[in-house]
Structure formats: structure tokens, C-alpha cells
Design a protein around this ligand. Structure first.
Ligand code: 5CA
Length: 157
């Protein structure tokens, strides 16, 4: 474990500021399960970044607990437009990051942000930080503040 060195991780560190520390690991943090194993938290405490595309073309970032599947109908209802799952190219274009490293901050295009209410009860959570082996620790309140996202019921029941 070491502070960020990769350009994408440094970009996230710059967007976050000094209150947060981007950490790079030798092992993969590409998936929620990988990240939980590496940092030593539960999979539920991993804030995964899912990108959708609203009909008008706007990116929608859903930050969800690692144990939840997101219900697309709920996302569409919350956004007020039909949405589709983003493919890898759209994720890269809209956020500036590749799948597996998409952070909740520092995107190319300001996304609509929805935050899974299931993340809100934890003392600390971890999110991707630009690369598939970089993460940072934050609180749920930090996540809301950083993203100015809307906390909502997005999980598949
Ligand atoms: N670094 C970890 C957590 S800290 C991470 O980024 N996990 S993640 O879950 O937020 O990112 C991977 C997510 O990208 C998966 O949950 C999945 O929803 C999405 N994804 C994976 N493959 C694809 C794909 N081919 N197209 C679109 N989305 C994908």
C-alpha cells in the first residue's frame, strides 16, 4: 500500500484535496469484492460506481453498496428520463476513467448523481480512485458532500 502515483489516481487525489488520501495497492481493487478483500472491510462498505446514460445523453452516476444490485426502473424514475447502462466507451468518455476505477469525483462531465441509501449507515466506506488498484476511505456524509448527490432507494429489492 502506498500513496497515489498513477496519473489517474493523482487526478482523483487533486479533485479530493488533502482531507482524503488515495491509496494504491499491489493487488486489484477492480471489483467490490477485490476492494473489500484488499482494504479489509465488508463488501457492503464498498461504494461502487455505476454509470448510466440518460436519454438526453447526460451521464448518471449511481454510487451503490457493493452488495446491492441497482434497479434500472428506479434510476429512470428518479432521473425522470429513460436510462440505459453505459458501455465501456461511454464510461470512459463521460467520466474520464475506465470501468473498475471510476471515482465519485473528478469526472469530465458533471453527472447526475444518485447515492444508494444502503451506504448511509456505515461509519466508513471505500470508493474507487481512478485506477483498478486505487481506492480512498470516506464517510457517507463525505460522499454526499463530494458529489452533491441525492440519496435514494436504488437497490433491487
Ligand atoms: N474499484 C472498485 C470498487 S472500489 C470498482 O470500481 N468497482 S465498481 O463496481 O464500481 O466498478 C465496476 C463496475 O463496473 C461493476 O460493478 C459493473 O457494474 C460495471 N461494469 C463492469 N463491466 C462493465 C461493462 N462491460 N460495461 C459496463 N459496466 C461494467
Amino acid at each position: 500500500m502506498k500513496p497515489a502515483t498513477a496519473p489517474s489516481a493523482l487526478k482523483v487525489q487533486a479533485a479530493l484535496g488533502e482531507r482524503f488520501e488515495v491509496l494504491e495497492f499491489d493487488a486489484s481493487t477492480r471489483t467490490a469484492a477485490d476492494a473489500a478483500a484488499v482494504v479489509g472491510c465488508t463488501v457492503a462498505q464498498i461504494a461502487k460506481s455505476l454509470v448510466f446514460r440518460a436519454q438526453g445523453g447526460r451521464p448518471v452516476l449511481v454510487v451503490a453498496s457493493g452488495i446491492h444490485r441497482v434497479e434500472e426502473k428506479r434510476i429512470a424514475a428518479l432521473v425522470g428520463e429513460p436510462i440505459t447502462r453505459a458501455d465501456a466507451n461511454f464510461v470512459r468518455e463521460a467520466t474520464g476513467f475506465a470501468i473498475g476505477g471510476v471515482p465519485p469525483v473528478g469526472h469530465t462531465t458533471a453527472p447526475v448523481v444518485l447515492i444508494d441509501e444502503g451506504l448511509m449507515g456505515f461509519g466508513e466506506i471505500w470508493a474507487a480512485a481512478g485506477t483498478p488498484n486505487a481506492v480512498f476511505r470516506l464517510t457517507p456524509a463525505d460522499l454526499v458532500e463530494l458529489t452533491r448527490g441525492r440519496v435514494a432507494a436504488v437497490a433491487l429489492k
